[in-house]
Each structure stands twice: as C-alpha cells, then as structure tokens.
Design a binder for this molecule. Structure first.
Ligand SMILES: C[S@@+](CC[C@H](N)C(=O)[O-])C[C@H]1O[C@@H](n2cnc3c(N)ncnc32)[C@H](O)[C@@H]1O
Length: 244
C-alpha cells in the first residue's frame, strides 16, 4: 500500500486542487441537488477546497485513510468534517449523501466492488456518485513516457480502465451511468513542471526504480535547459458517474 502519511507534506506542496474534471463534478452536484456531500480519498483537501469555493453545501465530509493527509486538510479552514476511514467500509448509515465523489483514489484499491457497493448504500435514491480517473489511453500518451520508460506500465497496472469502473458502478446497482471526458489547456513542460517531477508530485514517480527516475529526470532537465521547455502537457481526465 502506498504510504500517504510519509508523503503528505510534499504532496500538499506540489499538488493543487481543481482540474479538467471540476466542471463535471459541479454539474453532477447540481443534478443531485447536492447538500450532503462525501469526498472519498480527500487527501489534503485540495479538491474539497476547489469544490466548496465553487459550490458551498450544507454538509461536506472528507474521508481518507491517511491521518497525515487529513491533518493537512483540516488546516485549510474549510467548512467540512474530516474523517479517517476506508472507502471499502464507510462509517455512515444508509442513504446519508446526495453526492459522493472521489479524485484519483480508485487506483489505490485492488478490488473496487466493495467501494461501489458502499457508495450505493450511502447514496440517497436519486443521488449521484462520481469517480475521477486517468484513462489507459491518456496514460499511454502521457509525455513523461519519453523520459521514464516504465511510466505507462506502472500506471496501467494500477489504474482500472474506464469501462471497468463504469461496469462496477452498474453491478453495484446504479441504474444510470455515464462518462465525461475533459482536457485542460496545454501547459509547457518547463522549470515549474520539472520541479514538480523532481518532488515526485504523482505517486507514479515513487514507484519508478531510482536509477530510472534519476536518469529520466536528468534528461528532462537537460531538454528544458536547451529549449526552455520540453513540449507541452495537456491533462486529461475522465469522470465516471452513476445515479442511484
Ligand atoms: C492521489 S491521492 C488523491 C488525493 C485527493 N483526492 C487529491 O486529488 O488531491 C489518493 C488519496 O486516496 C487515499 N486513499 C487510498 N485508498 C483509500 C481507501 N481505501 N480509503 C480511503 N482513502 C484512500 C490516500 O490516502 C490518498 O490521500
């Protein structure tokens, strides 16, 4: 299991909330008439901030299994409850929430069916659940594959592909499901991006063997020093949703 307690400080310094998926989350929250909201795998609360800035709700609960991550979330002064718990066994009674969402958590869980069943159980009838992930197609096209040869293999081994997640939602009982694909504007792979990679801002970089990581980092640093940037990066996300 990836140790988020150990990386919480670094994570919070180099990851920000929001992303190409945020408009889909807000639209689904509106469709759900969301007032009671649960975020699974809330981490340091970055996406809780982005969500609540755009759409304040009566009750927001952020759940995570890492206390180190939650401690940082709690320092952000949001109107939210922070709960340590596991997404496979939620500490809530049936039909407690209008809207549940989760950003880049599912790939840490081998068997996602219990998560889907728990989401179905704690969602009210007519409520929505949404999972944000990266598609295998995007992982294959990610520009960091040029520098880190095992990048795609590591992530495709962890990330469930989109159809598998949608099927799991249906198998858990969600009657309507769908996918929303989104892209952010391209950003330069420049010194700022290099700094994030050097600080292993995504867990993939912690899983790449050290010799490969430092060789790739040096090549990336060199390319950026020559041209000022090493191409562009366009973040793509998929929101997979289910309505109970
Ligand atoms: C990549 S981080 C994403 C954090 C946050 N959603 C964000 O976008 O910044 C994944 C988070 O999922 C949490 N997590 C992983 N498995 C979990 C589980 N079974 N139950 C609850 N949280 C989990 C980790 O502790 C970590 O904080």
């Amino acid at each position: 299991m990836f140790d988020y307690d150990a990386v919480a400080k670094r994570y919070d310094q180099h990851r920000k909330g929001g992303g190409p998926f945020m408009s889909s989350l807000l639209a689904l929250a509106d469709a759900a008439g969301a007032e009671q909201v649960l975020e699974l795998g809330t981490g340091t609360g970055n996406n809780a901030c982005a969500f609540l800035d755009a759409r304040p709700v009566r009750c927001f609960v952020g759940l995570d299994q890492s206390m180190g991550m939650l401690v940082r979330a709690a320092k952000k002064g949001l109107s939210a409850h922070w709960i340590r718990g596991n997404a496979v066994a939620l500490p809530f009674v049936n039909r407690s929430f209008d809207f549940l969402f989760s950003v880049l958590m599912l790939h840490h869980i081998r068997d996602i069916m219990p998560v889907m069943q728990e989401c179905y159980r704690v969602a009210r009838t007519g409520g929505y659940t949404a999972f944000i992930t990266a598609s295998h197609d995007f992982i294959d096209r990610h520009p960091m594959n040029r520098y880190f040869p095992s990048f795609a293999a590591i992530d495709k081994e962890r990330f469930q592909d989109v159809p598998q997640i949608e099927e799991a939602l249906r198998n858990a009982g969600f009657g309507e499901t769908g996918q929303i694909h989104a892209k952010r504007d391209p950003e330069p792979i420049d010194e700022h991006y290099l700094d994030k990679v050097a600080h292993r801002f995504i867990s993939t970089f912690d899983l790449i063997p050290d010799h490969e990581f430092y060789a790739g980092l040096n090549r990336l640093r060199h390319d950026i020093s020559v041209d000022g940037c090493a191409g562009t990066m366009q973040w793509e996300s998929v929101t997979i949703w289910g309505r109970k």
